[in-house]
Design a protein around this ligand. Structure first.
Ligand code: CA
Length: 226
């Protein structure tokens, strides 16, 4: 099992790496956010152990960027901070588990083994809405037999709407999930992307699958009887 350890405290990183190697793990160490992120995207790890406070890019940003890059490697966040806020934020950024420092080495290994067991590399399921199909694993979109090329942002917006399963989602919600909470531009950018999407997935087929809910946001159209 190959583990990427992203931790800037050198002594902690060294001792964890030594322990994990002794327990049979293959361990790569990165000492800052950007190099950790690059390694996690480039190489195929079975799990990532991710410190929260890192130079360059913090653990939350690394986690979010990995999920946005469709890297589904299980992530265990190490945090020196305590409190419910961090837990929620960690889980919302796509982390699988977290551990508060100081922790015992045996607890870390136990948690890691749970994550590895759980990680049957579940691929996200293919999303369907009538004849529209969206496969997050391969990044493919099609309407019936027709393949549709989407940009990553278009794909992200459509995926978020389809995952909402008919629930109305606000522009802010889409922004948070597709652009990230750091985005501080105009939320109306969502309107632009929805119009791009309609030109690709709906209009050529004479359909209207993305419904505008004035003053609230968007939702996928109600499905007819199946
Ligand atoms: Ca740190």
């Amino acid at each position: 099992m190959r583990v990427l350890l992203i931790e800037d405290e050198e002594r902690l990183a060294q001792s964890l790496a030594r322990g994990l190697r002794a327990d049979g793990f293959v361990v790569d160490v990165a000492v800052d956010g950007p190099s950790g992120l690059a390694a996690a995207i480039r190489d195929d790890f079975d799990a990532v152990v991710l410190d929260l406070m890192l130079p360059g890019l913090n653990g939350f940003s690394v986690c979010r960027a990995l999920r946005e890059a469709r890297v589904w490697t299980p992530i265990l966040i190490l945090t020196a901070k305590t409190g419910e806020f961090d837990e929620v934020e960690a889980l919302e950024t796509g982390a699988d588990d977290f551990l508060t420092k100081p922790f015992s080495y045996s607890v870390l290994v136990a948690r890691l083994r749970v994550l590895l067991r759980r990680a049957t590399r579940e691929r996200p399921v293919v999303l369907e809405h009538e004849s529209l199909r969206l496969d997050p694993a391969t990044h493919r979109c099609s309407r019936g037999e027709v393949g549709i090329a989407l940009t990553p942002r278009e794909f992200g917006v459509l995926e978020y709407l389809m995952r909402a399963g008919g629930r109305v989602v606000s522009k802010d919600e889409v922004l948070d999930h597709v652009w990230g909470a750091e985005f501080d531009g105009n939320p109306n950018i969502i309107e632009v992307y929805v119009s791009y999407l309609r030109k690709k997935i709906d209009r050529p087929f004479g359909l209207e699958s993305i419904v505008t809910v004035p003053g609230v946001g968007y939702r996928m159209s109600a499905r007819g009887p199946e």
